[in-house]
Design a protein around this ligand. Sequence first.
Ligand code: NAI
Ligand code: MG
Length: 504
Amino acid sequence: MTFKEKSASGKKLSLNGDERSHSTQKKQGWEYSASPESTDHIQLRKKYDLFIGGQWVKAAKYFPTINPATEEKIALAAFASNSDVNKAVLSAKRAYEKVWSKVSPKERAKYIFRIARIMQEKAREFAVIESMDGGKPIKESKGIDVPLSIAHFFYYAGWADKLQFAFPGKKFLPVGVVGQIIPWNFPLLMAAWKIAPALACGNTVVIKSAETTPLTLYKLAEVIEEAELPAGVVNIISGAGETGAAIVNHPEVKKIAFTGSTEVGKIILRSIAGTDKKVTLELGGKAANIIFEDAPIDQAIEGIINGIYFNQGHVCCAGSRLLVQESIKDTVVKKLKYRLRSLKVGDPLDKNTDVGAINSKEQLKKIKELVSSGVDEGCTLYQSDCTLPERGFWFRPSFFTNVAQSNRIAREEIFGPVLSIMTFRTPKEAIEKANNTQYGLSAGIWTDKGSKIFKMAGDIKAGVVWSNTFNKFNPASPFGGYKESGFGREGGLHGLKEYLSFNE
Ligand code: NAI
Ligand code: MG
């Protein structure tokens, strides 16, 4: 049986007051009118060359980047070859030795600050392009990705001339050339997380965007040009896994910052074994979002929704395993079903859209395969009954009940809008279940009791533990994982440390 057939036979809920008024609204046609963000203000080239040494450099090969909501081609992006990577690394090395290492920290700060200011001016354009290229709702790119990216540049601009206060009594130097490889789920934000601290610490950069989302990084290259950052300090390229591998293996790259799959993280670690390269890896996750019976339930429901359906669930720290105390399970499931019905799925550029397009055909295939495995293993699937657009890549907001810890959907990262719901009886059982994973990136706790929050947060092995909230980010707050979620921290003081070499 396929999961589609199973969902169609899902039982109808009995309606409470709220639900009745909702269904009446639907019948009377009280739907939101379309509210599309305009695209006439954005400027895109038809073809993006590589941004190396402050120049736009032609590549031998180009690949199309499409809009996953329409499957239409947006532009061509250069596919950097090994020799292009070499060019970018050597240009970063030259810029480091001849220019950037001689620029005073105070001047470095001004450049980073200028990048942030120019990004602010272009914030709307960045948001629209991010949503077009990657499929995320415009309200998220406009309200989260872009402002948070800018905030990272502002934050690290502030540190550039105060590093001795960040690490008092320590002697340190920049690392030199850093290689940065980022994924497709938060392209601009991941670039900001990586470029801003690298520059603040006095390094030069070669950064590669992911296969499906090269555009906002090339927009950032235009900002960097406009900020008159010395040529070669930041080199921006696009390509595929082999391009990333060429960065990792280049002998002049002294530090690697990677965000992506655990599988590729392991490849990177293996290939740099025996070298003196520094590395930070931010990999997958399977976070527990834990709801106690004393939690403010309606807030917790919003936290669950935000935890798993934000950015279509393409979030490494997504709250993809819901652990709900047994006594309130039925209430939570009922409220979730109701809430799922009001999630608007569709055009990422529509301001009312809650859940946009799945980033790529490949990712959609992976989500479908894992969801089928959940159905085959006997879990119960519930899906939103919204209508989906005909073209593009879409997946209904979904959740599973009757999930065992051994099921694949409870163990593997689905990286889509799919939640696995399990129950617990005692805090001890919740901790055991939360930690029963190969990952350790994030977790959420919902309870009225402060003491419970402290106990749980201390016992859960995760880099970030949110209490009575979820998916909250701030440039001052370090982010990163344990176990197979990787190591090293991005953000805050911790994030600076990764871009300096200490002479202890
Ligand atoms: P991926 O790990 O293959 O891609 C991430 C980045 O690494 C891309 O820029 C890619 O070009 C690059 N890359 C690939 N192979 C490389 C290599 N050998 N050396 C250096 N760089 C390399 O992730 P993919 O295939 O796009 O997604 C697969 C799964 O990974 C997703 O379904 C999701 O579960 C997980 N993922 C997790 C992310 C996170 O934020 N933790 C982000 C993206 C994917
Ligand atoms: Mg794209």
